[in-house]
Design a protein around this ligand. Structure first.
Ligand code: HGY
Ligand code: MN
Ligand code: MN
Length: 432
């Protein structure tokens, strides 16, 4: 590590343990957190983060979709230069873990605190960022704040998103985090996100950290199948238009196609029917309407296209063979995203200064970085996940691994910000 840039391990652990208090839920699997965008738990998590950034002397701002930025631009740096940014998200899935998101946010803050208290100068400002609604469990399909920061959707479009009762704008107003303007990721020099791996590769390799080469593409389909609700006892089998039986055909076709693609073309191809809704949903009524949501992913675009085509063909055969009405939309379609060499190199340099030689690996999970990487140089660092668990209270990353990863992030950020040892005759520049 750059000498004099040792992080404070306790500080990052304290921040993460405190962050875990917000939206804490007790489950059979242990203690998790539920922090959905715009809820009181989200308010508490955001507020604590803002307090910690103010305490660290950063200049805090909140944009119109609730993205939070803490900026450090010390006197000796060029305030007009494009900033180096780092961060992640503070929202969670229901009963999620305490590291998915907060690790990246608080590691970025600790990195700035470390450089700030050191004898190093930086050439570029550094910004610590928390994006709104990465998980998409309440509004949109995910990566919400970063999609606005990357110009993928307008502030107006985002604010009008609704959970069926409340718009994002109202939810953010409720918690006092509906600010002004827009974080513009294209203005950054570069971006790094530290995140838990949420898989088992680093654990199997006995490595604490890994450098991400590319992030999977994700396409989500919403399918609606309309049959005819009818009496389960008096409707003969040949007189039925059973929407759930038709959906079951589709679901098994999706599974077998994804298995074929994974076996034949790309082992990282996956497809999941994550939600299914049956109407009217009574035991003695033939299902009239079924809606299902499908999540298709791979680091190869060709795999996603092949699975998507099979889904469309299967919908067509349900129309033709069963005479049902089938509609399919793909409102969420993010291509696979390679990470930038310059940022990957800075992360590898940081790890090498700690005598580590981290593996490179692709990400099967989606992240805010896949949006940011479309408009600036971007990279990700993974920290080992115990048992690969995530999106559950079983999610855990050892504190030493959190420290290692935060140290690598700090070194990489320092490198990208042009950190250099302050001249020894440094006047008493007010660093606060
Ligand atoms: O769904 C994802 O891949 C991410 O964890 N939100
Ligand atoms: Mn997640
Ligand atoms: Mn995440």
């Amino acid at each position: 590590m750059h000498s004099g840039l040792e992080i404070d391990r306790e500080a990052i652990q304290n921040d993460l343990e405190r962050s875990a208090d917000f939206g804490m839920v007790d489950t059979d699997d242990g203690v998790g957190r539920t922090v959905l965008t715009g809820t009181p738990a989200n308010f508490a998590a955001r507020n604590y983060f803002v307090d910690r950034m103010i305490t660290a002397g950063l200049n805090v701002s909140v944009d119109a979709v609730g993205n939070i930025t803490g900026r450090w631009s010390p006197p000796e740096c060029d305030d007009s230069a494009n900033a180096v940014a780092a961060g992640s998200h503070l929202d969670s899935v229901p009963e999620g873990g305490i590291f998915d998101g907060p690790l990246g946010v608080y590691a970025a803050l600790e990195a700035v605190r470390t450089i700030k208290r050191s004898d190093w100068n930086i050439d570029r400002p550094i910004e610590v960022v928390c994006f709104t609604g990465e998980e998409g469990t309440r509004f949109s399909d995910g990566v919400l704040g970063s999609s606005v920061a990357a110009g993928k959707q307008s502030v107006e479009q985002a604010l009008s998103l609704s959970d069926g009762e409340t718009t994002l704008e109202e939810a953010l107003e409720d918690i006092g985090f509906q600010g002004d303007g827009r974080v513009d990721a294209s203005k950054w020099d570069s971006w790094i996100e530290l995140h838990i791996e949420q898989a088992k590769l680093l654990e199997r390799a006995e490595e604490p950290v890994g450098v991400v080469s590319r992030i999977t593409g994700t396409t989500r389909c919403h399918v609606r199948i309309e049959g005819e609700a009818n009496h389960a006892g008096t409707t003969t089998m040949r007189d039925r238009d059973d929407a759930l039986a038709a959906a079951s055909e589709l679901i098994l076709t999706i599974e077998s196609e994804a298995q074929d693609v994974a076996n034949q073309e790309s082992s990282t191809a996956v497809a999941t029917v994550g939600s299914l809704n049956v109407e009217p949903g009574a035991t003695n009524v033939i299902p009239g309407i079924v809606t299902l949501d499908i999540d298709i992913r791979d680091v190869e675009r060709s795999s996603i296209n092949r699975i998507l085509q099979t889904i469309k063909d299967a919908c067509e055969s349900i129309r033709r063979n069963r005479g049902l009405t089938v509609s399919i939309e793909t409102p969420y379609d993010i291509p696979p995203q390679p990470m930038t060499g310059r940022v990957r190199d800075a992360l590898q340099d940081g790890a090498k200064r700690l005598d580590m030689d981290p593996p490179t690996l692709s990400s099967g999970a989606g992240h805010d970085t896949m949006q940011v990487a479309t408009v600036t140089d971007a990279g990700m660092l993974f920290a080992r996940s115990r048992g690969g668990h995530s999106h559950s209270p079983l999610e855990h990353t050892d504190w030493l691994d959190c420290a290692f990863a935060t140290q690598v992030l700090t070194d990489a950020l320092a490198e990208l910000a042009g950190a250099n040892p302050a001249p020894t005759d440094k006047t008493a520049i007010n660093q606060s």
